[in-house]
Design a protein around this ligand. Structure first.
Ligand SMILES: C[S@@+](CC[C@H](N)C(=O)[O-])C[C@H]1O[C@@H](n2cnc3c(N)ncnc32)[C@H](O)[C@@H]1O
Length: 286
């Protein structure tokens, strides 16, 4: 009996994985089609009529990064929506488009557990997750090191008419903020964290996943109690197994009882229905 499960993001009105193969993927973000590198799509594409509006061209290994090539004009940003929450998409220099669509099933799972909940969102980026949970009745503390990402979160809140909701938008280092919350004896009903492999806090604090994840989770444990409902950890683009983060979450939250699920996150391709893996996850629930 496998301990591992696969959580699949299905296409929705404003987003879908149209096709993938030959190390590339073509997605639709609202009216615009974009092509990005996807090393795991080693198979042949399902269609030969790729006609993107923009393509992300990675830089050489040395220079890293990369740039977007527009085949047709693409606005600086455009609005998308999910479950009544509206947010901006844009061609970011980091090859992202301003949010992570494959997080959708995790957001749905947390929305079912969000009514009147106090939720901490660490590494929250542009806040789509925070807004979807706020819309489902939660009070949010949204923490990200990037002032720009947090400003975009506030902008997305305005776009969604959620700017009067109880959401604390905080620019801070996730580790520092969480340690301070422990000292303040705060508690949360839910915590979600989506750390990068490597990152920097606003004052240059270095975040290294392999080194800093365990101590951060240990502090997260101190912010949960017998009435807490969930902790969701998602990790992208690292050589790490879901079994490893699953075991870490199991050990760290063992005294809370409940259950821990772990596995892969994937997106379903619209043309053939095949699954493209995107991330790994571990989540605890009462
Ligand atoms: C992968 S993104 C998170 C994506 C987001 N959870 C989502 O699903 O939309 C990583 C985020 O971590 C933030 N970050 C990096 N280092 C950080 C640190 N030390 N403390 C807090 N946030 C950090 C980055 O600014 C970025 O927004």
């Amino acid at each position: 009996m496998s301990d591992l499960s696969t959580i699949v993001a299905e296409p929705w009105a404003d987003w879908g994985l149209i096709d993938c193969g030959n190390g590339l993927k073509q997605e639709r973000y609202g009216p615009f089609k974009v092509v990005r590198p996807e090393p795991q799509a080693m198979w042949r594409p399902g269609r030969d009529d790729w006609d993107p509006d923009a393509t992300f061209v990675p830089g050489s290994d040395e220079e890293g990064g990369g740039r977007w090539v527009e085949h047709r004009p693409v606005p600086r940003q455009w609005q998308l929506a999910r479950d009544g929450v509206t947010f901006n998409a844009s061609l970011t220099p980091f090859r992202h488009l301003g949010f992570f669509p494959d997080m959708a099933p995790q957001w749905d799972w947390m929305r079912k557990r969000a009514a009147d909940a106090d939720v901490l969102n660490l590494f929250g980026y542009t806040g789509v997750g925070s807004l979807l949970l706020s819309d489902a009745g939660a009070s949010l503390v949204h923490v990200d090191a990037s002032k720009k990402s947090v400003e975009q979160g506030r902008e997305n809140a305005k776009l969604s008419g959620l700017d009067d909701r109880p959401i604390r938008w905080i620019v801070d280092d996730a580790g520092k903020f969480t340690a301070r919350e422990v000292r303040r004896k705060r508690r949360y009903d839910g915590i979600l964290l989506d750390p990068p492999k490597f990152g920097r806090g606003p004052e240059g604090e270095v975040w290294r996943l392999e080194e800093n994840l365990a101590p951060l989770l240990a502090d997260c444990r101190k912010l949960l109690d017998a009435d807490s409902r969930f902790l969701v950890l998602t990790i992208y683009a690292v050589r790490m197994s879901a079994l490893a983060i699953g075991e870490l979450v199991k050990q760290t939250l063992a005294d809370l009882g409940g259950m821990v699920e772990m596995g892969e996150m994937a997106v379903r391709e619209e043309s053939r229905g095949l699954l493209l893996p995107t991330a790994i996850f571990a989540r605890w629930s009462r």
